[in-house]
Design a protein around this ligand. Structure first.
Ligand code: FES
Length: 107
């Protein structure tokens, strides 16, 4: 089977504020986009894996983690892992930056 990859321009690097999550929609997926203080950009699914499913783009960003706004789970923006003592996994997306354009890659 062929793997389908979709690369979508989602934002301008210069226009997004560090530590303020953005919500982007690509087809049927809601994705949270974050620029962290070291300048890197990460994209993860915009739902906490917790049963209540908090909106992660509204979470507080610290370093390379986001804290879910509902029950404060700490989630890595790098690999999507929920940090102990909680458990779970958020889907992450590859981000590519070209000049001022930010692309998210969906596979
Ligand atoms: S909804 Fe995110 S930690 Fe519960």
């Amino acid at each position: 089977m062929n793997k389908v990859t979709l690369r979508v321009k989602v934002a301008q690097y210069s226009e997004i504020e560090p530590r303020i999550g953005q919500t982007i929609q690509v087809m049927d997926r809601k994705i949270a986009l974050f620029k962290v203080t070291n300048g890197k950009v990460y994209a993860i699914d915009n739902r906490s894996p917790h049963p209540k499913g908090g909106v992660l783009s509204e979470g507080l960003v610290s370093g390379e983690y986001v804290f879910c706004p509902v029950y404060d789970w700490k989630i890595s923006l790098v690999d999507g892992k929920v940090q102990a003592p909680d458990e779970g996994q958020v889907k992450t997306y590859k981000v590519e930056i070209e000049g001022d354009d930010i692309f998210v890659v969906l596979e």
